[in-house]
Design a protein around this ligand. Sequence first.
Ligand code: ADP
Length: 257
Amino acid sequence: MAKTSRVPEPALECVAARKRYGDRTALADATFSCPAGAVTALIGPNGAGKSTFFRSAAGLITLDAGRILVNGHEAGSPPAQRGTSLMPEQPDLYPGVSVWEHIVFVALLYKLERWRPAAGQLLDRFGLADRRDTLSHELSQGMRRRLALVMAMLRGAEMLLLDEPFNGLDPRNSAELRALVRELALDGAGVLVATHILGDVVRLADRVVILVSGRVIAQGTLAELREQAGLPAEADLERTYLALTDTHALTRLEDAS
Ligand code: ADP
């Protein structure tokens, strides 16, 4: 993990986002940003509001208050929709439809021009070149996620939202997907990854956002989070996460706000 904060343009900004479902609060004035060209990890307990945030950023649901901007465009607006790609834990692929047909579908849907060479290169880069004719339901889970990333890259998504991308992958597939995600960030994309696997966060992310009960309780590099938790330099992410999400720490935060 990087030791200092980077200060590139934010690819995504979430400002005081609020969302309730009936009397249940999913997002409570959540504020954070994801820089372009970097991987940000979104971590927090189940029910923290991560999926609600992803769905709002992808324009699938609307916030009650606050705003989410993707490259300066309001989430849900056509330019934001075009620039954002949400990859759910189970990517939305069509069963009985081949890898190449998925690519053609994206090209037609987004009215892409001269897309074939780029598609060929992406399939090659993502290890799917010899799978063009394979039907999506015959792909392994790792391949399904790689195809979903190829589709996002082909249409030029600048902000990738990856929900638990490493769940169910074997160590090799997981390592390969991590390397690809890093490459996409190096190419300039903003990447936000929700995961429960803290080891993946350490290996992959430049920054971490911790969401608890719909509120961002901490964000920054591991070094910055450690400092916020008042822990020594040798404290790892698990210890830092546990300290920051400790009931007493949260109560102190509540008292101070
Ligand atoms: P996470 O992805 O971090 O597990 P969610 O965004 O799924 O969190 O959920 C945040 C809160 O909102 C939880 O209390 C959850 O029960 C509630 N919630 C999420 N979706 C709905 C829904 N469609 N209807 C009612 N409550 C919901």
